[in-house]
Write a protein that binds this ligand. Sequence first.
Ligand SMILES: Nc1ncnc2c1ncn2[C@@H]1O[C@H](COP(=O)(O)OP(=O)(O)O)[C@@H](O)[C@H]1O
Ligand SMILES: [Mg+2]
Length: 272
Amino acid sequence: MKEKLIGEGRTAEILQHKGQTIVKLYRENVSEQNILREYKVSQFVYTQGIRSPKPFELITMNERKGIVFEQILGPSLLKMISKNPWRVSQYAKMMAELHYSLHKLDASEEIGHQKEMLSRCIKEAPMLDIGEKSAILSYLEHLPEDYKLCHGDFHPDNVLLDQEEAWVIDWMTGAAGDPNGDAARSVIMFSKGAIPQQAPLPVKLMIGFIRKRLTKGYIREYLRLSGQSYADIDQWVLPVAAARLVEWLPHTEKEQLLAEIRKRLKVLSARK
Ligand SMILES: Nc1ncnc2c1ncn2[C@@H]1O[C@H](COP(=O)(O)OP(=O)(O)O)[C@@H](O)[C@H]1O
Ligand SMILES: [Mg+2]
């Protein structure tokens, strides 16, 4: 029997499975190490009592690796935002609350550390030269060290809503780290991002409007809850943006990140 496709993302296709379960079936270019990592972090967060789908087992299907998870019945927050864009500020607040609730939890280093993950990606990042990489890596070393639970890819397509209850999915990049670094990544993802060139003008304006509201609403609520200042989050933008260059992103988005990185490197070298 062919299983029904019920969702997809950059790393996987999501297929309906037995009972109330799904299979997250990884694309061929995803390494086995990363799949095992997602399985391990998913088990960790599930046993911590975080509202996240229960991971059942690792499987192989048509020569591809997958993980069987509990199925969450409900749309993603991204779907809800595109359906009700006038409610984006409300959703932004919800994202901040949910994110902050993760950041209050201690994470074991067993699931990996944020700085190690960032430095690995920065070393592999395309478009940056060796001098730029080493400047960013030594800057990263001096940033605060913490061991709170960080998601590493917290955006509205990784939050599912089941009767108003929010579930956090997609934990491959989960790690122990400084919450401000995790919040910085969300801010970068909300605010930067290519708007399809071919989209009609009203659509472009709408995407721009939603991004602004989402970013502003998220930052305002996150700072209110955490008692941090924006500078605490902003100091992470340089390494987090550089690490993001390894991901599959449209070229225009990478160009935007690169411009931001170079602007910040200039400020750093002027300070020396
Ligand atoms: N446990 C689940 N229950 C229901 N839908 C899911 C589940 N996991 C993923 N999905 C759907 O599939 C999409 C992609 O899943 P995700 O784990 O985020 O993959 P990727 O790592 O490729 O981004 C989600 O946005 C969601 O719509
Ligand atoms: Mg995802």
